[in-house]
Design a protein around this ligand. Structure first.
Ligand code: GLN
Ligand code: ZN
Length: 755
């Protein structure tokens, strides 16, 4: 406990490798094309490169144990002996770990869900009545030793016990995980003692759950846990890190415990919460002033001002990122397509480390020591403020005038009648969610286009051939409302971002989404505008091939925001409205091209829900407003669909109704139609297509099983408002699975229709 305070650090770093080396190594191992030794050597090299780079950049405390083969929450489950019994028969520890993460032919994987309000997904530990916590310190000790051998001032990072339990799920009738806090804290106590024996000076315990309302006695749990761990006589110095939001009463509660350091996110929260806690005067405050989860360069001038205010409030102030830089790409160095202005506004992982180091020098040796850095930061701020791409007056004034006129449509009942008159669909119409299998021919065509092996005309020809196949298939199957299959889209956000002003697509800006899966979110930096139609040619082509209606397919404004790095210089609501306007223009153009049904997907509606209850209403309001702005430009005879998935809908059910889409297709196969009761409970009166089968599995669902689902749905929704569709898009499935499943789906719909 005599560890010297540190001055410059980050809370964690990306681990997938600057060129996704870990992804490739892990996938090779999974495919059976490499052995454990090869995988471990790639991993060790990445850990070493990371730690050495952080030391070289000037951090005096370096996070370790932030490496993971899959996920840090799963690592924690292993560390406390909480893997589910169904994997315990697998003797090799690495294979057991991967089985828990991904499943095997016989074993179902653990669930996966979003890490707070980020796009990272963690593995949800299952705690049953027979789960006995036991310490397995192998990984953390090995990483500590490895860093020690490299002379790295290592600070092991652990998911804290409160957060671990809050994110776990009870199974087999076990009590709520959080009730087992004392038991788990005892295991952490044992670990802290071991780490002390290893000569570890500092340990970081991550407790982001303390900034949320997930638990209802957060402050009390924080105080109890850290009074216990802080009260141990043999332990390293403790640093409790919190991030993604502001601590309320948990901050004084933590400050009353004997922990040495507390980390606060000063990007998400302000100085005043810190100033209100006099107990911090005896603590080290780890000030998260550099945004760890978005890509913007720090305004050093204002960060210095924040730090100056903090200096008087705590015993010592250390500079840090607001959270782990896991959520941003490795480095700007890998981008050679960026114009100089845009580059100057950005900071990825490596650049953020430099900012931390500069700020720490600024507060220890004085501002003059970093005058060059401050000047560069000021120049970037000025250039960003004055860049013409940031404001598009025409877009802004169009939004105001549409809002003033009211972005509404006619009454839902009248719309349904008008649409039915135009479309003449049977009861229980069948449709799909948009994508069809991304075949290897599609991937090859995309790769060849990128490598300039084929020209755009050839690419277009091949995509049209795919569309023709998909239309033919749907006609053969007898589906009522067809789709073009989305072959031309690599990703439902990127595809639109590439065509809109105000977005920039990186070349190598990969971030881990889950396990070995990485995404490359576009950067939304300026006012959004749509220079020309984005989907009309593809959809019109599809419609030209059939007499059945073809549904136009667009991504909604909230989802586009959720899966991008968004600008931080204006409220999200304003940015959402601009994206919505672009989508609105597209719906109007689709309508003019004769398309009678348009789907605006919002699978991420639940994702952006704020962590604090008090902020939820305001979010849902602007999210709904954006959707309505996007979908109210068309006439009442044009049918608007939306699609939602990946979530518990409970908290957003009212917002789903407020979207006022004519038809809502919604994931329901796994939650057995409960969503319909929830919708009924709030008086939802529009049409709904609860997914009748789960597309996440290769299994072909039987006719009878889907017919049963439909009959169940008919108990909640009258036939004239019920649609028949799968849970989600089909792009990850194989063509023969899709064909067999949809054939059964159509047969089931016909059978139920007849009765
Ligand atoms: N239209 C998209 C598709 O079918 C929807 C994807 C999603 O819900 N995530 O792929
Ligand atoms: Zn979906």
């Amino acid at each position: 406990m005599t560890a010297a305070p540190f001055t410059a650090t980050i809370l964690g770093s990306p681990r997938i490798g600057p060129n996704r080396e870990l992804k490739r190594a892990v996938e090779k191992y999974w495919a059976g094309n490499s052995d454990r030794r090869e995988l471990e050597s790639v991993a060790a090299r990445l850990r070493r490169d990371t730690a050495e780079a952080l030391v070289a950049a000037g951090l005096d405390s370096v996070p370790v144990n932030t490496f993971s083969y899959y996920d840090q929450v799963l690592d924690t489950a292993v560390m406390v002996g909480a893997l589910p019994p169904r994997v315990s028969g697998i003797t090799d520890d690495l294979d057991r770990y991967f089985a828990a993460a991904r499943g095997t032919d016989e074993i179902a994987p653990l669930e996966m869900t979003k890490w707070f309000d980020t796009n990272y997904h963690y593995i949800v530990p299952e705690l049953g009545p027979d789960t006995r916590f036991t310490l397995n310190p192998t990984k953390v000790l090995a990483e500590v030793k490895e860093a020690g051998a490299l002379d790295v001032p290592a600070r092991p990072v652990l998911v804290g016990p409160i957060t671990f339990l809050a994110l776990s799920k009870a199974v087999d009738g076990a009590h709520a995980p959080i009730e087992r806090l004392d038991e788990l804290v005892a295991v952490y106590a044992e670990l802290l003692e071991l780490l002390d024996d290893e000569g570890v000076g500092w340990v970081q315990l991550d407790e982001p759950v303390l900034v949320t309302d997930i638990l209802d006695n957060t402050a009390e749990l924080a105080e109890r846990t850290y009074a216990t761990l802080g009260g141990l006589t043999k332990r390293p110095a403790l640093f409790v890190a919190t991030y993604f939001g502001e601590l309320t009463d948990a901050l004084p509660a933590l400050a009353r415990t004997p922990v040495e350091a507390i980390g606060v996110d000063l990007v998400a929260g302000g100085v005043s919460a810190v100033a209100a806690v006099p107990e911090l005067a005896t603590k080290i405050l780890v000030a998260g002033v550099v945004d760890g989860r978005n890509v913007w360069r720090t305004n050093l001038e204002s960060a210095l001002a924040t730090l100056a205010k903090l200096l008087g409030l705590a015993k010592h102030v250390a500079v840090s990122t607001s959270c782990s830089t896991l959520h941003v790409p490795y480095s700007l160095d890998a981008e050679d397509d960026l114009d100089a202005a845009l580059r100057s506004w950005l900071a990825f992982g490596r650049e953020k480390v430099s900012e931390v180091v500069a700020l720490s020098r600024g507060i220890t040796t004085g501002r003059d020591a970093i005058s060059a850095e401050v000047a560069a930061s000021n120049a970037a701020v000025a250039s960003r403020r004055s860049d013409p791409r940031l404001t598009n007056e025409q877009v802004r004034s169009r939004i105001s005038s549409i809002a003033a006129a009211g972005a509404t449509r006619g009454p839902a009942e009248a719309r349904r009648a008008a649409q039915q008159e135009r479309l003449g669909l049977p009861v229980l119409p069948t449709t799909t969610i948009g994508s069809y299998p991304q075949t290897s021919a599609i991937r090859v065509a995309r790769a060849e286009l990128r490598a300039h092996k084929i020209d755009y005309a050839e690419y277009e020809r091949r995509m049209k051939a795919e569309i023709a196949d998909v239309i033919r298939l749907q006609e053969q199957l007898g589906i009522d409302v067809l789709v073009h299959g989305e072959p031309e889209r690599n990703d439902m956000v990127q595809y639109f971002a590439e065509q809109l002003d105000g977005f920039f697509a990186t070349q190598n800006g990969w971030v881990q989404s889950y396990g070995s899966r990485c995404v490359r979110p576009p950067i939304l930096y300026g006012d959004v505008a749509r220079p020309e139609p984005m989907t009309v040619d593809w959809i019109s082509y599809a419609q030209s091939l059939t007499d059945k209606p073809v549904k136009g397919m667009l991504t909604g404004p909230v989802t586009i925001l959720a899966w991008s790095f968004v600008r931080d210089d204006q409220p999200l609501a304003e940015t959402a409205a601009q994206v919505a306007l672009a989508i609105r223009d597209e719906t109007v153009d689709l309508q003019s091209a004769g398309i009678g049904i348009i789907q605006v997907d919002e699978p991420a509606l639940r994702e952006l829900l704020p962590l604090r209850s008090k902020d939820k209403e305001a979010y849902l309001k602007w999210a709904v407003d954006a959707f309505r702005l996007a979908t109210s430009g068309v006439s009442d005879t044009t049918q608007i669909h939306t699609h939602l998935c990946y979530s518990e809908f409970g908290e957003i059910i009212g917002a789903i109704a407020d979207l006022d889409a004519d038809v809502t297709s919604i994931e329901a196969a796994r939650s057995h139609m409960e969503v319909l009761d929830d919708l009924n409970a709030i008086g939802f009166g529009n049409s709904v297509g609860p997914g009748v089968y789960d597309i996440h599995s290769p299994r072909v669902p039987g006719v009878e099983e889907m017919a049963t689902s439909l009959r169940e749905a008919l108990n909640a929704v009258p036939a004239e408002r019920l649609w028949v569709n799968p849970d989600c898009g089909l792009k990850t499935r194989k063509t023969d699975e899709v064909t067999a499943s949809l054939r059964n789906m159509v047969t089931a719909a016909r059978a139920v229709r007849a009765s």
